[in-house]
Write a protein that binds this ligand. Structure first.
Ligand SMILES: Cc1cc2nc3c(=O)[nH]c(=O)nc-3n(C[C@H](O)[C@H](O)[C@H](O)COP(=O)(O)O)c2cc1C
Length: 325
């Protein structure tokens, strides 16, 4: 599968863009475990054209991260095109446009998934961005606005016609936010629509190697994208890739191995963000990790409230001592 001139291995598995999660240390872990494409957190086109420092910092990337996509959102075609030009100067491999974010501060203002209510404007934005840059432009969106409005098959054709080079579809509507189950049938329909030649990346609820395989097989997608299941568990990419390529499950990571991974992640996070932010960033990971340990609540609360690096390291070691085999 190719996006522009970027060639991917068989069964590509992409690391989903996630605000406040997909920063360099998380991406480092996803890459280490085999994610085939990394994305920045989404950035606002308004903030890019104003060169807002906090936003520009979100676009700091490293050579080892390639291939790398920077994701942009906004609602004004001209500003989106200007922002894309600025971003192109930072040398990403791909610019991805977010037409899927459901939160009120984005979709409610007519950006992100809000554009699913104004398809002509969505297409105009895509066209302007494609024309503004010389690198591949891709799109990530949802099935539609709500249950009675799921135009994704037609939207996909229109996006392809204006030069979009790949489409990621999250199998939910805006109205669903993150509730219910992702519906992949329409994703498969887009993939099988005659005339759709751009790669289709399926997204939504992939949380195991088996599910990843099922999605490739049942829906024929060119790649899958994994988001929430990688939080606290970034080695899921390795587990999925291994299963897809060999048909065999990797043995589960021991607790000691998991702790080792999370320590490496925290060190990278501290390197990127300093103290105590680098430790605080890990809370979301600690909240999702260490599933199934008996009487773990008190330790988890400590992990989610401490800001001291040494104390957190000691807590992690204690987990192995208490719960490891
Ligand atoms: C905390 C969080 C932040 C997210 N931020 C973004 C974002 O910046 N851009 C984007 O396109 N999607 C974002 N998403 C959506 C994910 O990329 C993905 O589409 C969604 O979580 C469904 O995939 P999953 O079931 O594998 O998690 C975010 C999701 C979460 C949970």
């Amino acid at each position: 599968m190719k996006i522009g001139s970027i060639e991917f291995d068989s069964y590509p598995v992409f690391a989903a863009p996630m605000e406040d999660v997909s920063e360099p240390s998380f991406r480092y872990m996803c890459k280490k475990h085999g994610a085939d494409l990394l994305y920045s957190e989404f950035v606002s086109s308004d903030a890019i054209v104003r060169q807002v420092k906090k936003t520009m910092r979100k676009l700091v990337t490293y050579e080892y991260e390639r291939p790398f996509a920077m994701q942009l959102y906004g609602k004004e075609p001209g500003i989106m095109a200007d922002a894309a030009r600025i971003i192109e100067d930072l040398h990403p491999d791909i610019i991805d446009i977010n037409f899927g974010c459901p939160v009120r501060k984005v979709a409610g203002k007519g950006a992100g998934a809000g554009l699913l209510q104004n398809i002509p404007k969505m297409i105009e934005i895509a066209e302007r961005v494609v024309k503004a840059v010389s690198i591949p432009v891709t799109v990530k969106t949802r099935l539609g606005w709500d249950d009675s409005n799921k135009p994704i098959v037609d939207v996909a054709k229109q996006l392809q016609d204006v030069g979009v080079q790949a489409l990621t579809i999250h199998g939910r509507t805006r109205a669903q936010m993150y509730t219910g189950e992702a519906d992949w049938t329409l994703i498969g329909e887009v993939k099988n629509t005659p005339g759709i030649t751009m790669p289709i990346i399926g997204n939504g609820d992939v949380d195991s190697p088996q599910k990843a395989k099922q999605m490739f097989e049942e829906y024929g997608v060119d790649a899958i994208m994994v988001g929430r299941a990688s939080i606290g568990h970034p080695w899921i990419f390795k587990e999925i890739k291994h299963f897809l390529l060999t048909g065999e499950e990797l043995p589960p990571m021991t607790l000691a191995q998991q702790v080792q991974e999370l320590k490496e992640y925290m060190n990278k996070s501290v390197e990127v963000k300093g103290l105590p932010q680098g430790v605080i960033h890990m809370r979301r990971q600690f909240a999702k990790g260490f599933k199934g340990l008996d009487n773990f609540r008190d330790t988890r609360i400590k992990l989610l409230t401490r800001t001291d690096y040494d104390e957190t390291l000691a807590l992690l070691d204690e987990i192995v001592a208490k719960w490891g085999e």
